[in-house]
Design a protein around this ligand. Structure first.
Ligand code: ADP
Length: 681
């Protein structure tokens, strides 16, 4: 496999395989039938692209979305790989170029939409051009029960039989039923070699917060990540528009997106998101399929998703390039109520509804988790050996208390009022608030009236929310959302089980201090990273391709940190393959070298001289004293030319400095400058 290692380095520009890739590449290259299940961002494309280069002949890639196909083809062409697509979106020139490549034998990867297989002539054509392998991306589209079903995927089996070549199928959908269907439909039931990669996405940080002032929570989260591409998922269309505007008002570049928009407007938003750097899309879940941007740095949920699977899929859009990415999911009692009623009022048959409640419960269990989120999340997908350290509960362990008594009091208040009330009224009973409603109903005489004064209203709200999260109580749509007890609460009510609750989740959410903007690199490297990104943007716009096709974030970060000073050094940066080195190496090298020489012209005149070093020290001292020794005075500074004069002063003393600087500046900086000059001798 040394050929593979060389290809990985020279063509794809990667230092090594991601977990699982190598075995798959080996099996596919060897011509085995393969089914590979890897999480989004795991690096599936490489697992068929590389074998395609290692094998004789052409590999046909079936993929469901034209836009994604075009992006992959463009990315491959940038790497110097012969790739083309036959889709309905092609210009005649593009189609001609594909045919020429096929005739000349230079095309190694031919992407095709499944619809193309419907044309009778296609199979004959593929036979003629020497297709030696079929790769199927998003293979779960063959599943009739899944929501991504594409009828034309059912033709792939026929294609495989007709061509009699190996087939490699890839998907991120794990469930067993889908796998069985894929094996039946694509491989005629003859078991392919299966690879199942773990579902952990270690670079994604997980965090949940109880809703407090949700809009401020989202704005804060975004403020800490300004200039980074992100998605905010909202529960309603109206909210996407409001929140996008609020983000724009705070200086972000933000768009809204939902299923009610004109198809054309949606396409524009998708395109902009894909191409631009640092754009935020505020969307409903309609935004997703068709998004293949590897450098999404964060995903926030302004409302609770509908199930744990939906949550996993939505946060999974972040950080596909493997660089750190962050997520935040907000949730509150209203979300739980809404999601429950959507299930109850849906048209699904009863057993389906029970399953949906279960999937929502799993998500709520994650939201109210007391320890590591990742363990809880992956535990749901039957994965155990997890090490985390990248979730809010690993960062700051939950503050847990024994909530058994509180829960029993709350249940008692519910049961004594015959489960006809919502949490607001129940909390009034527990706190002994004599409201009109309490008086009218005679609830002051209940034994539970006023028994909960050890907590305030907020804390009781958190208790009720957690009770809903643990599915001890559920709102009943037929009783206008009144809370009813579930069987799960019985052991607690009877004193047979205890329950731990989180104390701090509300308080933590309340701490809405603006976070400092999170940097992708150290402060020192940040200006260079911006300069590299600006160069990338310019090149991407000129070539009309998404920025990451030039270089992804991770590559730019490595450049900013390692600062290669030659093309040789540049070639050792991850993500810089031979073709990209040739196309862009020089341009980025110039940015890096330019950055290290970027100095004030006045300072440049002192370069290489003693006075240059003195100048730099003066600049530092001046920065420290810019607002006086105590840091509270009016800002003051000296111009570059003035500093240059100071740096070149001979036999400096107080008077000389005062003459040069004037009273005010001499008072602020004089003594410190003098120290610098004396140190320099
Ligand atoms: P998937 O289709 O599994 O979601 P992709 O094939 O799109 O994932 O890969 C996700 C990202 O990971 C891409 O930006 C790709 O360039 C990058 N990638 C893939 N393999 C490697 C590797 N071995 N080393 C570094 N980056 C990789």
């Amino acid at each position: 496999m040394s050929g593979a290692a060389t290809l990985l380095r020279d063509v794809f520009g990667f230092d090594g395989f991601r977990p699982g890739q190598q075995e798959i590449v080996e099996a596919v290259t060897a011509g085995e039938n393969v089914l590979a299940i890897m999480p989004t961002g795991g690096g599936k494309s490489l697992c068929f692209q590389m074998p395609a280069l290692l094998r004789e002949g052409v590999t046909v890639v079936i993929s469901p979305l034209i836009a994604l196909m075009r992006d992959q083809v463009r990315a491959l062409q940038e790497l110097g790989v012969g790739a083309g697509a036959l889709t309905s979106g092609n210009t005649p020139e593009e189609t001609d170029a594909v045919w020429e490549g096929l005739e000349a034998g230079t095309l190694k990867l031919l992407y095709m939409a499944p619809e193309r297989l419907a044309a009778g002539s296609v199979i004959g054509m593929l036979k003629r051009v020497g297709v030696s392998m079929i790769a199927v991306d998003e293979a779960h589209c063959v599943s009739q029960w899944g929501h991504d079903f594409r009828p034309d995927y059912l033709r792939i089996g026929e294609l495989r039989r007709a061509l009699n070549v190996p087939l490699a199928a890839f998907t991120a959908t794990a469930d067993a039923e889908t796998q069985v269907e894929i094996v039946q439909k694509l491989f005629d039931g003859a078991g392919p070699r299966a690879f199942l990669r773990g579902f952990d996405r270690p670079n994604i940080h997980l965090a949940f917060a109880a809703k407090n002032s949700p809009r401020a929570q989202i704005l804060n989260f975004a403020a800490g990540r300004k200039g980074q591409s992100g998605i905010v998922y909202c529960g309603t269309r109206a909210k996407t528009e409001g929140l996008a505007k609020a983000l724009r008002d705070e200086g972000h570049v933000a768009l809204h997106y939902h299923g009610g928009m004109e198809a054309e407007d949606r396409r524009i938003a998708e395109r902009r998101f894909q191409q631009e750097d640092g754009l935020i899309v505020v969307a409903t879940v309609a935004f997703g399929m068709g998004i293949d941007k590897p450098d999404i740095r964060w995903v926030a949920h302004a409302d609770l998703p509908k199930s744990i699977e939906a949550y996993y899929q939505e946060i999974g859009r972040a950080g596909r390039d493997g660089s750190p990415a962050e997520t935040l999911t907000l949730f509150g009692s209203d979300d739980i109520r809404l999601r429950r009623s959507q299930i109850d009022e849906g048209i699904a048959p009863p057993e389906r509804r029970t399953a949906d409640h279960g999937r929502l419960n799993a998500l709520l269990g994650l939201a109210e988790a007391l320890e590591c989120r990742r363990k809880t999340l992956l535990g749901y997908f039957d994965e155990t050996e997890i090490s985390c350290g990248r979730c809010d509960l690993c960062d700051t362990p939950a503050d847990v208390f024994d909530g058994t008594t509180a829960v029993r009091k709350a249940l008692s208040a519910m049961l004594r009022t015959d489960e006809w009330f919502g949490s607001g009224h129940l909390i009034d009973i527990l706190l002994g608030n004599e409201t009109d409603k309490i008086r009218e109903r005679g609830h002051t005489s209940l034994p539970t009236y006023g028994v909960g004064t050890e907590y305030d209203k907020r804390q009781w709200q958190a208790v009720f929310r957690q009770m809903m999260g643990h599915d001890l109580v559920r709102p009943d749509a037929e009783r206008h959302g009144a809370l009813r007890m579930t069987d799960a609460a019985l052991p607690i009510l009877r004193g047979e089980a205890q329950i731990s609750l989180r104390r701090d989740s509300i308080r933590a959410a309340g701490a809405t201090r603006r976070p400092a903007v999170k940097m992708l690199v150290s402060e020192e490297d940040a200006p260079l990273l911006s300069a590299l990104k600006a160069k990338r943007r310019g090149l991407a716009e000129a070539a009309k391709v998404p920025a990451y096709i030039i270089f992804n974030d991770r590559t730019l970060i490595e450049m900013a940190e390692k600062r290669p000073d030659s093309l040789d050094a540049m070639a050792r940066v991850g993500g810089v393959g031979a073709k990209k080195l040739e196309s862009y190496g020089r341009a980025f090298l110039d940015v890096i070298n330019g950055a290290s020489q970027e100095m004030h012209p006045t300072r440049r005149k002192l370069a290489g001289r003693e006075a240059g070093t003195v100048y730099d020290r003066l600049l530092e001292v001046q920065a420290e004293l810019a607002r006086g020794a105590a840091g509270t005075d009016k800002p003051l500074s000296c111009s570059a030319s003035l500093l240059a004069k100071v740096a070149q002063l001979r036999n400096a003393d107080d008077t000389a400095l005062e003459r040069l600087l004037g009273d005010k500046r001499a008072e602020r900086f004089g003594p410190a400058f003098l120290d610098v000059l004396r140190e320099a001798g």
